[in-house]
Design a protein around this ligand. Structure first.
Ligand code: PMP
Length: 343
């Protein structure tokens, strides 16, 4: 019991830069809208199963029709659903290495196999070779995050189109969890042309609603109608849908936060690139990916400062969320210490 209390106290005091969440909670105005939405919620009733209000709200933000969208309990739920439906049992799922680890999880849970194409450490890759290898392997489904988690690299819309064309009718899922932070355009404008294309989006990152679990899959109407057939009823709770609608009703407020994070990211990258003890890569997302040969020493310093970052199994790479100005400066101070003590 005593251990548990101490653990909780330490957890709440930590600076969590490991999960690419928004460092900032909702603004006071957003919170007022959320409270109002909750006040009008019929808690005694099951949720509205067609999700129509939420789908219409998101459709108007991204410029598609509401019947092209399915909403889920985070985009994670929809990624799992799409992988199951499009690759099925015994299918071959083709992705980048590295990419989002949940693709492996869902692929293996459906009994399919995953094949990965190794990218350079900055996330760049030879697209012709990626396409050739995937076709040689008879990929049943191509899936990748764009911007990539963890590298932060982002393919241009022309490159995404080249991948779609390169796989000639094979379904392609572009996971755009971080696209709001990118300078590149979304693949959503390609949906009219390519029935094999699916795009996933989330409110967990730029919209700061990770705790609400709201995400979307977007595709051509006939594909989405077919997917709706086997979809779980009541995937989202009424409060989650109402709160999402309240936040989506003011996209301008979210835009301010995105601009601030992009500015912070550039400032952090400039400073971190000067450091000799680590290497970092350009990013189009709300995180920075890098490597250091002295990761244990880095972790010891971050631990003392109460900062948690994401570490990868190779022993040297890491990913750090770009958070609030205050948390970012604390991180930079810890990194300066790492740099200073290393020389
Ligand atoms: N895709 C990528 C690339 C992610 O990094 C994440 C979350 N870490 C997700 C999808 C899932 O996000 P959510 O379920 O919160 O919508």
């Amino acid at each position: 019991m005593e251990n548990k209390v101490t653990y909780q106290a330490r957890q709440s005091g930590k600076i969590m830069l490991n999960a690419n969440e928004s460092g900032e909670n909702l603004t006071a105005q957003m919170m007022d809208r959320v409270v109002e939405a909750i006040r009008n919620t019929a808690f005694n009733r099951y949720p509205e199963n067609s999700q129509v209000k939420l789908r219409e709200a998101y459709a108007s933000v991204i410029g598609v029709n509401a019947d092209q969208i399915i909403a889920g309990n985070g985009s994670d739920q929809l990624l799992g659903y799409l992988i199951g439906k499009l690759a099925g049992v015994d299918g071959t799922v083709y992705t980048f290495d590295p990419d989002f680890s949940m693709y492996d999880y869902y692929t293996s849970s459906y009994g399919s196999q995953i094949i990965k194409y190794p990218c350079d450490e900055d996330g760049s890759l030879d697209l012709d070779s990626f396409i050739r290898y995937g076709n040689d392997q008879n990929a049943d489904l191509v899936i990748f995050s764009n911007p990539n988690n963890p590298s932060g690299h982002c393919l241009s819309i022309e490159e995404v189109e080249k991948v779609i064309q390169g796989f000639d009718g094979t379904p392609v899922i572009v996971d755009e969890a971080y696209i709001e932070f990118a300078d590149e355009a979304s693949a959503i404008s390609l949906l009219d042309q390519y029935p094999q294309l699916y795009v996933t989006r989330t409110l967990s990152k730029a919209y700061g609603l990770a705790g609400m679990r709201v995400g979307f899959a977007i595709g051509q109407k006939q594909n989405m109608d077919a997917l709706r057939e086997g979809y779980v009823p009541y995937a989202l709770s009424t409060p989650a849908m109402e709160i999402a609608c309240a936040i989506l009703s003011d996209p301008g407020a979210v835009q301010n936060r995105i601009c601030e994070i992009k500015a912070q990211r550039q400032k952090m990258l400039e400073i971190m690139k000067q450091m000799k003890c680590l290497t970092v890569y350009d990013s189009q997302a709300n995180f920075i990916y890098g490597r250091t040969e002295e990761r244990d020493r880095l972790c010891a310093i971050l631990d003392e400062e109460g900062i948690v970052i994401r570490l990868y199994g190779d022993g040297s790479t890491f990913r750090i969320t770009v958070s609030t100005q205050q948390e970012n400066s604390l991180l930079l101070q810890a990194l300066q210490r790492f740099e200073g003590e290393g020389q």
